[in-house]
Design a protein. Structure first.
Ligand code: AMP
Length: 602
């Protein structure tokens, strides 16, 4: 197995492709060794003892003894750790050093993922390898500066004395972030900007720092594409103030965080010429190609673009123009850090794929059949439910979809991450996956189950009707309105932005509503036809409503860098209240779910 400890990723002769080939050469072997390593290190932990593994480390015993679990199955053990139970090693032999808060929740409660020092080791490895890959692909990577839009959220204390925070927050607040082996000092922003836990202030300052060094910026980075789009929207909203700050050399009064203010005072020098350039570009009120117009040497934007982030690709392309590469580097989660790596950095944005990273965890895959209702059908060892055979990494089949299950060195054993992946190919023996979506269903009224992937594709199909109106879909979410009359119905919330004098056209929006209603799965249409599901409703919200939703989540502790717009909101919930308060127009479908469109009621 290629060992990352022996590898110098910064050596001039380091060849990332040869290294990837080495990692990919024998996935079965690496996986067996990985499992052996995890189980032998943790042989005496309570969890493995409880399930009768008794120190065995082979694949067969592991599969025979251990159940496939969700977070709720291990929550009691995790909460013991959170509450400081040190009576025995519970999940890992190595000490827990902090908790990652997953962006997913369980019934609104946070999910705490315990981590050991080894997690940090993986971060070091991942960052170094990705840097080497990017340096090879983009020559400019070595020289210029980066506008890195990440910022830390809040850390919370747990009774154990350990901190809990999002993976990004933990990382930015750790010594690793300032370790020159990981983050060579190429950022345009000082550390104070990263550490500010107010997303708006931090993003404003990231942008300001990049504006003062506009010619040196060669790359943009954010964890998820949503934060990058949010940053450009802040520029759209605040460019007049930004120009004023640059002209006067004084940070804006709304930068309240004292450390941040001091840091910005050091950076800002009066520069009327620069202010005039930014004013000239922003006052055109045309945001096409705004990134190269203001930061002319930018060659690449690295940010996650797959899954629910696909939605942001068109607007990002609009801002970036045709000559800046958009690269989705990796697929990860706080439970495992690196799940997959994009080994084809120049792939088109609609064909992003990730090679499973066989050194990160021991992986298993639950086959997902096309007719699956997904939830509840895989529960080995549980109460008489249907059991499906899990497949090893070496045995997944091309074209098939699977739900990913992980066993990690940080104490999760046969844990369902909740994501569905599709096998698109192999590098040597190692599978390369497309990220399909969260396994869980987001909308269900009758027996139909609509998942996130379907919701995304239906929304995008309907939103195509906005083409040519000068408007476009900026954000969306959904809910099942179980109290609607005459029958429960799907409700879609859309935030629409207008470009170049575009205005909302009621006729077009009615068509979008009908298309949405006609485009869900056959079961949905059947229940619609039979009246169990009522006509779909489209609610248009004011611009900024989804930003408000994000601010509200961030104020409750979600990391702004990891925030993802919820594509589904519950009723009742504070998210629904925010969206409902912002509704400016409502459309009810006139579509006949069997395919025809009824005339509107008079
Ligand atoms: P978190 O629990 O906050 O670390 O979020 C992890 C989840 O984010 C994963 O389980 C995925 O659902 C999603 N995610 C992470 N990386 C990607 C990616 N490259 N493409 C699409 N979704 C992703």
């Amino acid at each position: 197995m290629p060992s990352r400890r022996d590898t110098d990723f910064t050596a001039p002769d380091f060849d990332p492709d040869a290294f990837l080939d080495l990692v990919a050469a024998d996935v079965g072997l690496i996986q067996r060794q990985k499992l052996h390593d995890i189980l032998s290190r943790n042989a005496n932990v309570e969890y493995l003892q409880r399930h009768g593994l008794n120190g065995r480390t082979d694949v067969a015993s592991f599969k025979q003894c251990l159940p496939v679990i969700n977070y709720q199955d291990v929550e009691t053990d995790i909460l013991r750790l959170v509450n400081g139970d040190t009576s025995a090693p519970i999940l890992t032999a190595e000490p827990i050093v902090e908790f990652q808060l997953s962006s997913g929740t369980m019934g609104g409660k946070p999910k705490y993922i315990p981590t050991t020092a080894r997690y940090a080791e993986y971060s070091l490895f991942y960052q170094s390898l990705v840097n080497a890959m990017c340096k090879k692909q983009f020559k400019e990577w070595r020289n210029g500066k980066s506008l890195d839009l990440r910022s830390a959220g809040k850390l919370t204390d747990t009774p154990s004395g350990l901190k809990a925070g999002s993976a990004t927050t933990n990382y930015l607040k750790s010594a690793m972030f300032t370790d020159p082996r990981i983050e060579p000092d190429v950022s345009c922003s000082p550390i104070e900007v990263y550490l500010c836990d107010d997303f708006n202030q931090a993003t404003y300052c990231h942008l300001m720092c990049s504006l003062t060094q506009a010619a040196e910026i060669v790359k943009f980075h954010s964890l998820f594409a949503a934060s990058l789009v949010a940053a450009v929207q802040i520029l759209q909203k605040c460019w007049v103030e930004m120009c004023e700050d640059i002209r006067s050399g004084t940070p804006n009064a709304k930068i309240l965080n004292p450390e941040l203010r001091r840091a910005m005072e050091k950076i800002l020098k009066p520069d009327p010429q620069l202010a005039a350039m930014i004013e000239r570009e922003c006052s055109k009120n045309d945001w096409a190609g705004i990134i190269p117009r203001i930061w002319p040497n930018t060659v690449v934007i690295t940010t996650i673009l797959s899954g629910s982030m696909q939605h942001y690709v068109p607007i990002l392309k609009h801002f970036a123009g045709n000559n800046i590469a958009l690269v989705s580097l990796f697929y990860g989660s706080c439970e495992c850090h690196l799940l997959g790596l994009n080994v084809r950095l120049n792939c088109p944005t609609d064909q992003v794929e990730y090679m499973i990273w066989p050194e990160s965890a021991y992986f298993e895959f639950i086959p997902v059949a096309a007719d699956d209702s997904h939830a509840d059908n895989i529960a080995p060892h549980s109460t008489g439910k249907k059991t499906r055979q899990l497949v090893d990494t070496a045995d997944v089949e091309l074209g098939k979809e699977y739900e990913i299950v992980i066993t990690t060195v940080c104490g999760l054993y046969r844990y369902r991450v909740g994501d569905v992946l599709k096998v698109k190919g192999f590098r040597k023996t190692t599978p390369i996956f497309e990220y399909i979506g969260r396994q869980n269903v987001v909308l269900s009224i009758a027996s139909e189950k609509t998942d996130e992937a379907e919701l995304n594709s239906v929304v995008h199909k309907a939103a195509r009707q906005l083409e040519g109106t000068g408007t476009e879909l900026a954000e969306f979410s959904s809910m099942a309105d179980m109290l609607a009359s005459p029958a429960p119905c799907y409700v879609l919330f859309w935030e629409i932005t207008a470009r170049c004098n575009g205005i909302l056209d009621a006729e077009v929006l009615q068509k979008c509503t009908n298309t949405l209603d006609l485009s869900f799965n056959p079961r949905y249409r059947r229940w619609r036809n039979e009246g169990q599901i009522g006509p779909l409703e489209l609610r248009i919200v004011t611009e900024g409503a989804f930003k408000q939703l994000m601010d509200s989540a961030v104020s409750r502790g979600t990391s702004s860098s990891q925030y993802k717009t919820p594509r589904h909101v519950k009723s009742p919930s504070s998210a629904l209240e925010i969206l409902d308060a912002a509704v400016v127009a409502t459309f009810k479908s006139h579509a006949n779910p069997m395919g025809n469109v009824d005339p509107p009621p008079s």
